[in-house]
Design a protein around this ligand. Sequence first.
Ligand code: FE2
Ligand code: FE2
Length: 370
Amino acid sequence: MSSRLRTHLLATLGVTMSAGCWSPCVSEAKMTTDDTELCLPADTGDADTAGSCPSATDALSMLAADSFACTVVSVHGEGTGADCCYPVTVECHDFSCCAYGRPYVAEGSVRSAEARPGAGWHPAAPMTPDLRGVSADQRRALAAFWTKNMLSEHSSVAGFHRFALDLLAHGAPLDLLLRAQAAIVEEVQHTRMCAALASAYAGAPIEPGPLPMGVAAPIASSLAELAAMTAKEGCVGETLAAWLAESMLRDATDPAVRHVLTRIARDEARHAAIAWATVRWAIEVGGAPVRAAVAAVFATGPGVPAPGDSAAEPGLVAHGFLPDRRLDQLALDGWREVVMPCIAALGALGGDRAAPWAVREELVCSAVAG
Ligand SMILES: [Fe+2]
Ligand SMILES: [Fe+2]
C-alpha cells in the first residue's frame, strides 16, 4: 500500500496522520466504515476507460495490503470511472498517541503501564536536573514528558522480552538472542533514568505500575511474521527512537538530561542494529516469503506529519522536551536519512535478485551518531 493511498485512507476517515504512527502505536479506538469509495493508486495502473478495471477480487488484493493504520477489508462492487473507484469497507485505528521505540504490542494495541507514586525504579545515583529558572508550568510539562518517556521505555522492556522469545521460537543465532537479552536490561535502565527525571521535575517520586500484558504473549507464528514485526518495531521504531534521542540531545543543555539522552541514543542505535541484523538473518534463512513480508512493511513508507505548531519553548528544550509535532517532523527526517539507506543496503525491496547483504551495524550507528 503506497504512502499516498494510506494518507488518502486516513484523510477519508478524518484520521490525523503523523510520522510517529508508523512505529507501533495503536490506540483503543478502531473505526470501520462501509460507505467509502477508493480508487486504485496511480502507480498500480489506472484504467483508461470505464469497464476495463480489475475485478473486485483483484482490486481487493491490490487495496487490501495492511498498512499500519488502515486495512481495506472488503470490496463490494465493481470499479467505475477512469480511476477505477470501488465501494469498500475500511477499518482504521485512530491514533491518539504516537510511540517511538519498541513498545509491547498485544492484541492490536500498545501496552503501557500507568504511572504511580513510588521510587522503586529509581537508579542508585539520583538524577538532579538544574531547576533554577524553570517555572512551575514548565516543571509540570517536563514531568509529563519524562513520565511518558518512562512508560514508553518500560513497555519496551516487555517488547524485547517478547522479541527474545520470538528468536528462541524460530531458532535464531545465539548472538542475536544474547544481544536481545542485553537490550532488555538497557531498556530497564532507560526506564529508571526517565523515572528519576520525571520525579525530579514533579517534585515527587514516580514509577511505572503494572504492565497490562493481555491474555498471552503474541509469539510470531512464522519466520516471515517475526521478520515483518522486527522490521516495523525495530528497524523503523528503534532506528527512529535513536534518531530522536540524538535530536533531543543536540538541543538539550541540562547536564543531567544530556547524560540520560546520551545513554539512550547510544543504546537505541544498538537496538536498531539488532533489528536490522535479525531481518537480514531471517531473509537469508527464509528466502523469498520472508523478504516479501519485510518488503511489504517497508513499502508502506513513512507517515506525513500533521500540520501544526512545532515550536517549543527554549526553557523546555534545554531539558530535552520536544513537542509531538516536532518529533513527528524529526522522525520523517530520520526515515529519509537513516531508514531508507538501510532498506537500500538490506536489499529488501530488490525484487527477485539476491540481496546484497551490505547492511552493517555501523551503518545504523554511524548514521544516527551523525
Ligand atoms: Fe529504550
Ligand atoms: Fe530500545
